[in-house]
Design a protein around this ligand. Structure first.
Ligand code: GLU
Length: 433
C-alpha cells in the first residue's frame, strides 16, 4: 500500500540556506593552514589528502508506524583509508548534509592519526529527526540504511560507531543487520555496541574520559587547580553529560549546562547527575530547579575556567570569540570552532584543546573494542582506561610540543602532527598503479 509517499528534500539541498561557511570548506581551510608547515611533501600527495576517497549517497524508503512510506537520504563518506580501515560514527539529524559528513570524515582521519591508532577516517549520516520518530521507525531506518551502505562497510574496510543521536542500541541493530546479510555474526563491523554483544567496558564514557584526561593535562600545563575551577558545558548528550560528571569528580564546579532546547546556570554549581536525571525525565535540562535559564549563545559567554562545547559545529565564531571568558576550551564536539575564532582565541591566550585531540577518546576506545572483538578476548575497565590515558597523554604532549616549535595554535599543531603521519604513510605505500 504505497498511497502516501513522502519525498525527502532534494539531495543537493545541503549547501542551500546555510548562513555560515560549510563545515567541509572550514575543514579544508584548516588543512591548508597546516600544510604550509609540511611543504617537503609533493603537492600531489597533499592534494590527495584534501578530498575524500569515496562518497556514497543512498535514498531509501522506510515504512512509518501509520503505514506511510517515507523516503530518507543518507551518506557514508570515507575520507582516507591509507593508515587503516575507515572509522567514524553515524549521525541522525535533520541538518545532516553531504558537506557536513565530508568534513566529519576528514576530521576522523586526522583524529585517528593524532592518537596514532591504525585507522583512516570515515563518517555517516541520515537526514532525519529521530526525536519525532518512534523506536520502531528508528530501527527500520537504521536497518535499511545499514543494508544500503553495507557495500562499503565491514570489519576490515570501514567500521561505524555512534555519533549525534545514535547509541549502543543503534549499533546493535547495525551489527545484527550486517550479520544477517552476510550470514554470520560480525561483532567487529561496528563499535560502541552494548556490552552483551561484544562492546567494550569504558566505551560509553570514553569520549568524555578522553576529554577529562586532556583537560587535566592542560590544567597542569597552565598551573590551574581543578578543585578551584568552574566549567560550562554546551550539549548534554553522551559527551557533554558524562564530561560534566567526570569533571565534577575532579572537583570542578559545573556552573552551566545546556541542550538543544536551552541552558541552565547557577554560579554556585549544579549537580550533573541530578541534571541528567531531570533531562531523562522531562526531555531537557531546561526547567531544572535552582538555576537560571540562559540561551545557548549566552551560555558560551559565561565566565568560567573551562568551556566544553559538546554539541554541534560552528558554535565559536568571529562573532562571539572576543567575548569568550574561559581559560581552557575542551572541544568534545566535532568542529565547534571556526578558523577565525581560533585566531582570536589564540591571540587572547585562551588554551584550546582541539576536537581531533580532545574528543579522540571515543574512537580510541572504539579501537580497543575492535581489537577485543577480533581477538574474542576482553579487558577489564581499569585496563581500558589505563591504555586510554596513555594514548591521550602522549598525543597531548606531542601536539603541545609542535605548537611551541612552530609557534602556532594547538589546532594547527594537531593538524601538522596528523597530516605528517598520513602523508608519510601515503608516500610509503606509493600511488597505485
Ligand atoms: N563519533 C565519534 C567521533 O566523532 C566516535 C567515532 C568512532 O568511535 O569511530 O569521534
Amino acid at each position: 500500500m504505497i498511497d502516501n509517499v513522502v519525498v525527502a528534500p532534494p539531495v543537493r539541498a545541503e549547501v542551500v540556506g546555510k548562513e555560515v561557511e560549510s563545515p567541509f570548506a572550514i575543514a579544508q581551510r584548516q588543512f591548508d593552514q597546516a600544510v604550509q608547515y609540511l611543504n617537503h611533501y609533493p603537492k600531489g600527495i597533499l592534494a590527495k589528502l584534501r578530498v575524500p576517497e569515496r562518497e556514497l549517497i543512498v535514498n531509501f524508503p522506510v515504512r512509518m508506524d501509520n503505514g506511510d512510506i517515507q523516503m530518507f537520504t543518507g551518506y557514508r563518506v570515507q575520507h582516507c583509508t591509507v593508515r587503516g580501515p575507515g572509522k567514524g560514527g553515524i549521525r541522525f539529524h535533520p541538518d545532516v548534509t553531504l558537506d557536513e559528513v565530508r568534513a566529519l570524515a576528514m576530521w576522523m582521519t586526522w583524529k585517528t592519526a593524532v592518537v596514532g591508532i591504525p585507522y583512516g577516517g570515515a563518517k555517516g549520516g541520515v537526514v532525519c529527526d529521530p526525536k519525532q520518530m518512534s523506536i520502531q521507525e528508528i530501527e527500520r531506518l537504521t536497518r535499511r540504511y545499514t543494508t544500503e551502505i553495507s557495500i562499503i562497510i565491514g570489519p576490515e574496510s570501514d567500521i561505524p560507531a555512534p555519533d549525534v543521536n545514535t547509541n549502543p542500541q543503534t549499533m546493535a541493530w547495525l551489527m545484527d543487520t550486517y550479520s544477517m546479510n552476510v550470514g554470520h555474526t560480525v561483532p567487529a563491523v561496528v563499535t560502541g555496541k552494548p556490552l552483551e554483544l561484544g562492546g567494550s567496558v569504558g566505551r560509553h564514557e570514553a569520549t568524555a574520559r578522553g576529554c577529562q584526561f586532556t583537560i587535566r593535562r592542560a590544567a597542569r600545563h597552565l598551573g590551574l587547580d581543578l578543585t578551584q575551577a568552574t566549567a560550562v558545558i554546551q550539549g548534554y548528550g553522551n559527551a557533554g553529560s558524562i564530561a560534566a560528571r567526570l569533571l565534577a569528580e575532579d572537583g570542578v564546579r559545573i556552573v552551566a549546562v545546556s541542550d538543544s532546547k536551552g541552558g541552565i546556570y547557577n554560579p554556585k554549581g549544579l549537580d550533573p547527575v541530578a541534571v541528567l536525571r531531570w533531562k531523562q525525565e522531562t526531555g531537557s535540562v531546561v526547567g531544572y530547579d535552582d538555576a537560571d535559564t540562559v540561551t545557548n549563545a549566552e551560555l558560551l559567554e559565561l565566565p568560567c575556567d573551562i568551556l566544553v562545547p559538546a554539541a554541534l559545529e560552528n558554535q565559536l565564531t568571529a562573532h562571539n570569540a572576543p567575548r569568550i571568558r574561559a581559560r581552557i576550551i575542551g572541544e568534545a564536539a566535532n568542529g565547534p570552532t571556526t578558523p577565525e575564532a581560533d585566531a582570536i582565541l589564540y591571540d587572547r591566550g585562551i588554551f584550546v584543546i582541539p576536537d581531533i585531540l580532545a574528543n579522540a577518546g571515543g574512537v580510541t576506545v572504539s579501537y580497543f573494542e575492535w581489537v577485543q572483538d577480533l581477538q574474542y578476548l576482553f579487558w577489564d575497565e581499569a585496563e581500558v582506561n589505563r591504555r586510554l590515558e596513555q594514548v591521550m597523554n602522549r598525543a597531548f604532549d606531542e601536539v603541545i610540543a609542535l605548537a611551541q616549535k612552530h609557534k602556532v595554535n594547538n589546532r594547527i599543531a594537531a593538524y601538522i602532527l596528523a597530516i605528517d603521519r598520513v602523508a608519510r604513510a601515503t608516500m610509503l605505500r606509493g600511488i597505485w598503479p
